[in-house]
Design a protein around this ligand. Structure first.
Ligand code: CP
Length: 297
């Protein structure tokens, strides 16, 4: 694997191999055998993705180096293409990129001056989030994921997580349902993502094994698309009554009292902390794959 830009870049066979590597990192103390640096370039805010990539790199023996756009030559007008070529010339092993510009990771990967890992591009994709979500499902339900039903509830239209999750989960035989108000889950998404759309939460939850709640992305939505938070919570918020015996997931950050009730985040059926924990091991496996791929080139 040279780059990871989209979940569609990685085959089910490679995903399984990557998860076996993540299992090794989970189960055994790992003294890093890689050397060199990984650059983290985050043009958008992040807590989970950035910290877990920093931890993952450090545990492998790779040194994470962060470029903070506010204090970098971005302020002098330098664009991402020139930044990537500059750090590639310095001999770093890979770049982890978060941007609001959809398609930028693909464009930079095509320059092929160093491996590019997409840490989220606008509302397009967030492949490592989808991998850690699938890995969390595999640890909860076992190897056979076919027949599982996951209801993704919330602001699907602006969500890169929903896109990557739907494509990756579907390729493993998981039934995905897209749920929310028409402004945030238009019927046209059914064709784009290849999954049925529901506007009635209670109907969507019938037979669902897992509910994934998503944040309303105020930074991407137009004001007329934004629901009133209390009304949204009444219609689509995940409460312990609605959760029942299902498992709860959320990529974070969560707006408590809006898409999820505050008392369900640490509910016995919540996988939210497990998603965060697994993220470090899955990102270790991704970096390991990239480092191995880069070495043979
Ligand atoms: N899930 C996710 O990408 O979270 P951060 O924005 O905190 O990285």
């Amino acid at each position: 694997m040279r780059h990871l830009v989209s979940v569609r870049d990685i085959s089910p066979h490679e995903v399984k191999e990557l998860f076996q590597t993540a299992d090794v990192f989970r189960e055994h103390y790992y003294s890093g055998s890689w050397s060199g640096e990984v650059v983290l370039l985050f043009y958008e805010p992040s807590t989970r993705t950035r910290v877990s990539f920093e931890l993952a790199a450090g545990r492998l023996g790779l040194r994470p180096v962060s470029i903070v756009p506010e204090t970098a030559s971005v302020q002098k007008g330098e664009g991402p293409e020139e930044t990537v070529k500059t750090v590639a010339a310095m001999g770093v092993r890979a770049i982890v990129l978060r941007t609001r510009e959809e398609g930028l990771p693909r464009h930079l990967a095509e320059l092929d001056v160093l491996p590019v890992i997409n840490a989220g591009d606008g509302k397009n994709e967030h492949p490592t989030q989808a991998l850690l979500d699938l890995y969390t499902l595999r640890r909860t339900f076992g190897e056979r994921l076919e027949g599982l039903t996951v209801a993704i509830v919330g602001d699907i239209v602006h969500s890169r997580v929903a896109r990557s999750d739907t494509w990756l989960f579907s390729s493993f035989g998981i039934e995905v349902r897209l749920v929310g108000p028409p402004a945030l889950v238009p019927d046209s998404l059914a064709e784009v993502l290849g999954a049925p759309v529901f506007h009635d939460l209670e109907a969507a939850l019938v037979g669902a094994d897992v509910v994934m709640a998503l944040r309303i992305q105020r930074e991407r939505a137009r004001s007329e698309e934004l629901p009133e938070p209390l009304d949204y919570h009444r219609r689509y918020g995940i409460t312990s009554e609605r959760l029942g015996t299902r498992y709860l997931m959320h990529p974070g950050p969560a707006n408590l009292g809006v898409e999820v009730a505050s008392d369900v985040v640490d509910h016995e059926h919540s996988l939210i902390r497990a998603q965060v924990e697994n993220g470090v091991f899955v990102r270790m496996a991704v970096l390991d794959f990239i480092a191995r791929g880069a070495r043979v080139l």
